[in-house]
Design a protein around this ligand. Structure first.
Ligand code: ATP
Length: 597
């Protein structure tokens, strides 16, 4: 239960709401405990009047008078019971309005805290944990915790106040009868606890199976082109049916346990009622209590049923909430591996980049992606990084924006180690277009505007779309820049996506630009347009272009050929051509391809 301590700060935040809710529940229960007493009075009155009527048997006038008094008094009692029920219901409504609303407010706060924390965590955290797990902690686990914050607190307050009020009222009538009546109730609480636990275990399995089913369906729908082109529909249907069968079997098992719940409850309540009537009857005969008291007790027993059943249920909710909060705390206690040493720093970069004997090993796989890499770029210089797949090119870009920190050596920008610079400022000033383009399910305008510091005008967005040579493509769509992309909208081609992503990076007006192999899906003409922009508008900005192709249109001050994370060749185009190694080979191959076209 240690895990749940984390939530106390929220209880404290909403303490007045909670205390008010508890007060409302006590008031509501007070009115509900008065009901059996009124009914007892009414019943005793009926018995008394009937006896009187019998005494005056034959004297019709007197009998009629008794009958008249009886019916008016009964009407009064009926009105009173109704009034008490209304008051009880009203305060119950207020209880839900305070305690359940409090749990919803805490749920909202908790989600915000978790989401905020997720955003702060570094890339390695996202590599270590799968998205489904991150999602389930912020949704299902928070839901389970909310059951503790709201319903469990409410039923616990209800349980304590009902038991106290009812037992005090019972003791006022007869201690002996109270003790006998209460005997089966602890048994009821214990058995409900066991049944609830069983239900919980089985529900968890069912939940897991359900998420398996959902992910199978989701994967088949997303990969529908592959499934269809390999004619695997039947096989997928069979696989889905097998998993569905497992789900059905598990649900049946749960239904069997579920079926025990109510009979068990009814049996225990029935046992209590029989004891009440039997022991109570003996006491009435002995003259210790009235017949109305038996009716009063039977109602008390019924009033206790739900709160007592809730003991097992509350225990089970608290256990589940503790397990869920433990999972949530695990992530909340994870510290970001990349820290921002100066969150408030606002400083433009001149663009000098120095790599000093940089080495980097991926912590999770132990792959040594960069080894002893050193180079210098003066402000405004353009660098091309070329190399075979897996040679470490993307890793260089990731290290520059501190997605990871170097393992050895250091990276300096404008003469200062990037680990000492403000992280937000650094990322803000570098425009990185990643290799794997990601667009949000939103309009094209918003996807481009996402990069800007301020809320950019349509003209500005269009201007940067032109720079990225994607304006014509977007203008050609029926809804232009308001076109939705992604799952709910149009699917852009690979090259169009790349260019929208370039526009997003350019609208940032960065001091340093890094393009990670993001011209691979565009034709030579478009490529020329984009690089033309780099030559002119970004002439004074430092740029690093990671590529598989050699761009004749852009003059690079330096070209690095990476091999196994280290420098294989470095120099200008002319120097590397003279080298006659990997670089000159691909230039020649590319030229031969272009001639062949
Ligand atoms: N997140 C990661 N965790 C562990 N290892 C990684 C990770 N990313 C890359 N690697 C490994 O690091 C090495 C360098 O990868 P990197 O992505 O930098 O190569 P690249 O030159 O950009 O390749 P490509 O041209 O195919 O994009 C590879 O061996 C790769 O398997």
């Amino acid at each position: 239960m240690r895990e749940l301590k984390f939530l106390n700060q929220f209880f404290w935040k909403y303490r007045w709401r909670m205390l008010l809710g508890i007060a409302f529940i006590c008031i509501s229960n007070y009115f509900s405990v008065l009901q059996p007493q009124v009914i007892r009075e009414a019943l005793d009155l009926v018995v008394e009047q009937v006896n009187n009527y019998r005494m005056y048997d034959g004297f019709t006038t007197v009998g009629d008078t008794y009958f008249g008094i009886l019916s008016t008094t009964l009407m009064f009692f009926a009105g009173l019971v109704l009034l008490l029920a209304l008051l009880m219901g009203f305060f119950l409504y207020l209880t839900r309005q305070t305690i359940i609303v409090m749990s919803r407010l805490i749920e909202y706060d908790l989600r915000e805290v978790i989401f905020d924390h997720y955003q702060e965590l570094s890339l390695d955290f996202y590599k270590r944990n799968n998205t489904g797990d991150l999602m389930s902690r912020i949704t299902e686990d928070v839901n389970k915790v909310r059951m503790y914050l709201g319903p469990a607190v409410m039923y616990l307050a209800n349980l304590v106040s009902t038991i106290l009020l009812v037992v005090i009222s019972m003791l006022a009538v007869s201690t002996k009868l109270t003790l006998y009546t209460l005997i089966p109730l602890p048994l009821l609480a214990i058995s409900i606890y066991y049944v609830s636990n069983l239900i919980h275990t089985r529900s968890t399995f069912i939940q897991q199976q359900l998420s398996k089913l959902t992910s199978i369906a989701q994967e088949v729908f997303s990969g529908v082109r592959v499934v269809k082109s390999y004619v695997r529909e039947r096989q997928q249907v069979r696989y889905f049916a097998e998993e569905s069968e497992t789900y059905k079997r598990m649900s049946m098992d749960l239904a069997k346990i579920d079926a025990w719940f109510f009979p068990l409850m009814v049996f225990m309540v029935g046992a209590s009622t029989i004891i009440t009537v039997y022991v109570g009857g003996l006491q009435v005969v002995a003259g210790n209590i009235s017949a109305g008291n038996i009716a009063e007790f039977v109602i008390y027993v019924n009033m206790l049923t739900w709160p007592v059943t809730a003991i097992g249920w509350i225990a089970s909710i608290v256990q589940q909430a503790a397990a869920s909060q433990k999972r949530i705390n695990e992530f909340l206690e994870t510290k970001a591996s990349i820290v921002d040493p100066a969150p408030t720093e606002r400083e433009a970069l001149r663009g000098e980049i120095v790599f000093e004997n940089v080495g980097f090993t991926y912590p999770d796989t132990g792959i040594r992606a960069i080894r002893d890499l050193s180079f210098t770029l003066r402000p405004g210089e353009k660098l091309a990084i070329i190399g075979r797949t897996g040679s470490g090119k993307t890793t260089v870009a990731d290290l520059l924006v501190r997605m990871y920190d170097v393992s050895t050596g250091r990276i300096l920008i404008d003469g200062k180690d990037i680990r000492e610079r403000g992280l937000a400022n650094l990322r803000q000033r570098i425009g990185l277009v990643p290799q794997d383009v990601f667009l949000f399910s939103d309009t094209i305008h918003n996807n481009i505007a996402f990069g800007a510091q301020h809320d950019p005008s349509r003209e500005e967005v269009e201007q940067f779309a032109r720079h990225a040579a994607v304006y014509e493509d977007i203008a050609g769509l029926t809804q232009g820049f308001d076109t939705l992309v992604g799952e709910r909208g149009v699917t852009l081609s690979g090259g169009q996506k790349q260019r929208v992503s370039i526009a997003r990076a350019l609208i940032k007006r960065p001091d340093i630009v890094i393009l990670d192999d993001c011209l691979s899906a565009v034709d030579t003409n478009t490529e020329q347009q984009i690089l033309g922009y780099f030559n002119q508008a970004l002439a004074d900005k430092t740029a690093i272009i990671i590529t598989h192709r050699i761009y004749g249109h852009l003059r690079f001050d330096k070209i690095i050929v990476l091999e196994d994370g280290g420098i294989a060749e470095m120099g200008t185009h002319e120097e590397l051509m003279a080298n006659g190694a990997y670089y000159s080979e691909i230039v020649e191959r590319q030229m031969a391809e272009e001639v062949g076209k």
